[in-house]
Design a protein around this ligand. Structure first.
Ligand SMILES: Nc1ncnc2c1ncn2[C@@H]1O[C@H](COP(=O)(O)OP(=O)(O)O)[C@@H](O)[C@H]1O
Ligand SMILES: [Mg+2]
Length: 272
């Protein structure tokens, strides 16, 4: 009994000593009270030069080739700041327009904007576009995050200090129901609260052929339409823009794979 009393008194004395140390040193108090840096705790990755070349990641390194994406990034930031938008959907009428390639390149451009924290979420759940383009394998997919079966902190991958990706490890069938579910909305709000990003880029499924994207657009602030030069017709762009405008703000149209614009980069942006 006496031993127990001694142990209790010792523990009390240690607690009191810790309290006094904190009072004398506020920085230490801050250290104790601030939760872990959720960004720093995400596992980080880098890209192999072969992947960068093969998958047209021209914005991976700063420089002339990255110029069009840096410009697009800056225009997105300007529009987003002016309108208090944060969640940006990247959409295209059909698959193969270069939406995931554009999303990945934009992510690297946003990474160079060091005062902004950017989340890039691949919600084209029927394909695994971004993980293939980045050459990354992961254990889970964004469907499990959206269904709140796992936390984004258990799944996200960090590039540099200020970009985090949510990727997929395989196609899933019930994408449409997941994307328009209440759970998905709650999951995104939770990610927002926890990671507090300045911008969230969503790589979404093609508009034609499925209702996946239409069901999800209620969760975003605006959409950027990626069209494929030579392939997406003016009529398709027009229909897509009008359909988008019923559900969200249309930020603009990016004409990808263009050979006729007097520039070598294959990208052109017009304000919507
Ligand atoms: N600007 C571009 N110039 C040439 N090829 C491109 C360009 N953007 C994308 N691609 C190619 O087009 C194909 C489809 O691109 P991807 O980004 O997967 O499209 P989506 O996500 O719209 O289905 C890929 O082979 C990709 O390398
Ligand atoms: Mg894709």
């Amino acid at each position: 009994m006496e031993k127990l009393q001694v142990a209790i008194e010792k523990a009390r004395a240690q607690r009191e000593e810790a309290r006094q140390n904190v009072a004398q040193n506020p920085a230490e108090e801050q250290l104790i009270e601030t939760p872990g840096d959720v960004w720093a705790e995400l596992p980080s990755f880098d890209l192999k030069p072969r992947v960068v070349r093969k998958n047209l990641l021209v914005s991976y390194n700063a420089g002339e080739d990255a110029g069009p994406f840096d410009m697009l990034r800056t225009r997105i930031i300007q529009h987003a700041t002016k309108n208090s938008w944060r969640r940006v959907a990247l959409v295209s009428p059909q698959k193969g327009s270069g939406k995931s390639t554009t999303t990945a390149n934009l992510a690297f451009s946003f990474g160079r904007q060091r005062d902004k924290k950017t989340l890039v979420l691949d919600l084209d759940l029927r394909r695994c576009g971004l993980s293939r383009i980045l050459g990354q394998k992961c254990k889970h997919n964004m469907a499990t995050v959206l269904q709140r079966e796992i936390e984004f902190s258990e799944h996200g991958l960090r590039f540099g200090d200020n970009v985090a990706f949510g990727l997929n490890n395989g196609p899933i069938g019930n994408s449409s129901e997941i994307l328009q579910s209440n759970r998905a909305r709650e999951s995104l709000d939770e990610i927002d609260n926890c990671f507090n990003p300045d911008i969230v880029l969503f790589d979404l499924p093609p508009l034609l052929g499925a209702d996946d994207t239409f069901g999800f657009l209620k969760n975003v602030d605006c959409a950027l339409l990626i069209a494929e030069a030579d392939k997406t017709t003016i009529a398709q762009i027009d229909v897509a823009e009008r359909q988008l405008a019923e559900l969200t703000n249309v930020m603009g149209v990016v004409l990808n794979k263009s050979r006729y614009l007097g520039n070598d980069d294959g990208y052109e942006y017009s304000n919507g």
